[in-house]
Design a protein around this ligand. Structure first.
Ligand code: EAX
Length: 324
């Protein structure tokens, strides 16, 4: 008598298993740096959280080290739906979502706290939402970090020292306009080409946060590092609308919560790299200027703020500066 219900239960269990197996989706996530770097840490937490929250209906395949291309290419692919996820700096994102560009103004943010409060507050959250209208689902802010200059020519203490150096920049018009005021000759280039360009001397220098300089081993090809912190580099996990539109409301919440947790983990890795990475870079042979004349850089860029105010609105810039 007990045989029948048992076999029924078994059949039901098998069916459920088959259902779960067939409903499994592996999402492709891409990022610029290594799996051990801040981007990899954030992506790993994000992927663990969505796997947990959806009972493995959604898992990830990681494409670290720009394996899916530069950040502009990856954003484009996510927009098209040929790539599911990207954990990217906002460097090239302003070309898709103009609202993002205001964050790229040099010396806009005073500190990590200031930047993080802005991104987590209404200003940052509204920009995240604005991505939807451009076919990009911004799930949550992660972080790249404050950017510092490296070069192969000489130590940079003042803006005058940076003048005349040919530096690779991101494909970002706000950065380029800002850096020109320091006398830098900006050369926009996708990140995957950068190491070779530095090695071959196509450019004298570049600028990136400590976690990128470390994980990309720029100490092998750059002698001088200056802690200029001239601009904050936000990052964001973006999902393709193709995937988003198929998610239940409950799954949508799992994905957005996962991105918030990823952001916290990625920021913590940025903190750790800022705290420990400079000693490592010195060991790796870099000569580090820790006391940069920040005032000389701020003075140089001050006149460009009139242009930035015209483009973004003086009130919008002031609102960011007013965030505590
Ligand atoms: O997001 O292009 C850059 O310099 C970025 O900072 C890097 O790809 C990490």
């Amino acid at each position: 008598m007990t045989r029948r219900p048992r076999s029924l239960a078994l059949a039901a269990a098998l069916l459920a298993l088959a259902g779960a197996a067939s409903a499994q989706t592996v999402l492709k996530i891409g990022y610029a740096t290594t799996k051990e770097s801040h981007y990899g840490v954030g992506a790993t937490v994000f992927c663990d959280e969505i796997a947990k929250g959806t009972a493995n209906r959604y898992t990830c395949q990681h494409f670290a080290n720009s394996a899916l291309g530069g950040e502009r290419e990856m954003i484009e692919a996510v927009q098209l739906g040929t790539q599911d996820l990207v954990n990217t700096s906002t460097g090239p994102l302003g070309n898709f979502v103009p609202e993002v560009k205001i964050f790229d103004i040099p010396f806009l943010f005073r500190s990590y706290d200031h930047a993080r409060h802005t991104m987590d507050g209404p200003i940052g959250q509204n920009v995240l939402k604005a991505m939807q209208a451009k076919g990009l689902v911004g799930l949550g802010w992660t972080e790249n970090g404050f950017r510092h200059m490296t070069n192969s020519k000489h130590a940079i203490v003042t803006a005058g020292d940076a003048s005349g150096l040919k530096m690779r920049t991101m494909e970002n018009k706000v950065h380029m306009a800002g850096y020109k005021t320091f006398g830098i000759l900006p050369t926009p280039m996708p990140f995957p080409e950068l190491f070779t360009a530095l090695q071959q001397g196509t450019v004298d220098g570049q600028e990136n946060p400590i976690p990128v300089i470390l994980s990309s081993k720029f100490a092998q090809v750059q002698k001088y590092l200056s802690l200029t912190g001239h601009v904050y580099s936000p990052a964001v996990i973006i999902l393709s609308p193709n995937v988003w539109n198929k998610l239940s409301d409950a799954d949508k919440k799992v994905f957005t919560d996962a991105a918030v947790k990823a952001g916290a983990a990625q920021r913590k890795k940025v903190n750790d790299d800022e705290a420990n990475g400079i000693a490592q870079l010195k060991k790796d042979g870099m000569q580090v200027v820790e006391k940069v004349d920040g005032e000389s850089f701020r003075k140089a860029v001050a006149p460009a703020y009139a242009e930035f105010a015209k483009e973004f609105g003086a009130d919008k810039i002031a609102a960011i500066q007013a965030v505590k």
